[in-house]
Design a protein around this ligand. Sequence first.
Ligand SMILES: NC(=O)c1ccc[n+]([C@@H]2O[C@H](COP(=O)([O-])OP(=O)(O)OC[C@H]3O[C@@H](n4cnc5c(N)ncnc54)[C@H](OP(=O)(O)O)[C@@H]3O)[C@@H](O)[C@H]2O)c1
Length: 371
Amino acid sequence: MSKDFPVVVYGASGYTGRLVMEHLRELGVPFIAAGRNREKIEKSVAMVPGIESARFEIAAVEHTVEALTELLSGRKVVCNTVGPFNRFGREVVEAACNARVHYLDTTGEQHWVAELMRDWDERFKAVDRLIIPSASYMYGVSEIGARFCLETPGVDSLDMTGIAEAVPTVASAQTILDAVRQPSAYLKNRELIRYAGVETCDLTTPSGRVLRASQWGGTSHPIWFSRDGRVRNCKMMVAMWNQELYKKELELERANKVSLQWIPDAALYPMMDAMATSIAPATPPRESRYVHRAIDVCVGSGSTVMVKSTMISNGGYYTTGLVQAYGAMRLCKDRPSVTGFASPCEALDHKQLMGVLESYGYCAIKVERLV
Ligand SMILES: NC(=O)c1ccc[n+]([C@@H]2O[C@H](COP(=O)([O-])OP(=O)(O)OC[C@H]3O[C@@H](n4cnc5c(N)ncnc54)[C@H](OP(=O)(O)O)[C@@H]3O)[C@@H](O)[C@H]2O)c1
C-alpha cells in the first residue's frame, strides 16, 4: 500500500467515518478508508459527495493490535471512529503508539477519556505524538466556549450546558447506554467527585422552554480541566430535545442495579445492543442542518468576574467530520507544541478551531462579559 496516504480513517464504513472522509476530500487530504469489511467500506466511500476528486485507498483490516500497527506504520494520523471506545478503542490506541502516529477519536465517553489520560499520556509523549479524544461535536465544540471564558482573568469555574437535537447512529446509541454503567465525575474544588448515579436537573432554553438534562456520562470537560491550574470547578449537563433519551438512561441505571451489573460483558453487550436498537434501529439518514442544531453555553465565573459564551451549531456529525479532518490536516503538517494526551483545543487552539467551524457555517459564538 502506497505511503502517500498520511491519514487513516478507521471505521470508514460507519456514519461518522463517512463524514470524516467527506471533509478530508474537501480539505484535499489523501486518506486510507479502513475497517473490518471491505464491501461495506466501498459502499460507504461511494456515498461521499465528490469522491471522484478524492485521493484514497481502501484497506480491510483485522481489529487486532498487530494488524492495525502494520496498517498505521508509515502514516501520520489515525482518525478513529470505531466506538463505543471503551469496547473497541484499546487496540487502536496501542497500534497508533507502536506506529508513532497521532491519534484522534470521536469519543464522548468520559471514562475512556480518563483512561487515555491515565494510561497513554506518557507513552505518547515518549514517541512525540498526540492522543486527542473527543475531537468531535461532543466535546470539541463546547470546549471552545469554555476556553473563550477562561481568557478572562479570574475565571476559575465553568458551569456548562448543552442542548441538542441529534440523530443517534447505531454506535452512538450503544455508546450512550454503555456510558450509564460507567462511573462519571465532575470537578469540584479541584477534585474529581464521582456522581452517585444518573443526576438530572431542569435546563431552560434561551426561548424559555424547560428540558430535563442529565450529566450524559459526565462529559470530557472535567477530565481535561482537572489538569488546568486555573480551573477549580467544572460541570456540564446535557439535555436532548428528544426527552425519551434521559428516561432510557434512568431505566438502564435501574436495570443495572437490579441485574445487569452481575452479567459478564460478553453476555451483556448483546443485551445492551438490543436495547440500543430501540433508540437507533438502523443507520439514520444524513443529518439536516435545519433540524439538527445544538446550543452550548458556558458561564465562567470567579470571585469578582462572570463571563458567558453561547454557541449555536448545526449538524453534530458533520461538525465531527470537520473537526477530525481539520485536526488530521494540521497534524500532517504542523510540529505540535504539545505532545501526549491533549484536548482538541489544547492541540489545535480554540480560536483556530472556531475559525474553521465558522468558515463552514457549522457554528457561531457570542462571548459576553456579565460582570
Ligand atoms: N462525540 C461526538 O460528538 C460524536 C459524534 C459522532 C460519533 N461519535 C461516536 O463515534 C462512534 C462511531 O459512531 P458512528 O456514528 O460512526 O456509528 P456507526 O455508523 O454505527 O459506525 C460504527 C463503526 O464502527 C465499526 N465497528 C463496530 N464494531 C467493530 C469491531 N468490533 N471491529 C471493527 N470495527 C467495528 C463499524 O464497522 P462495520 O460497518 O463493519 O460494522 C462502523 O464502521 C460512536 O461511539 C459514537 O458515539 C461521537
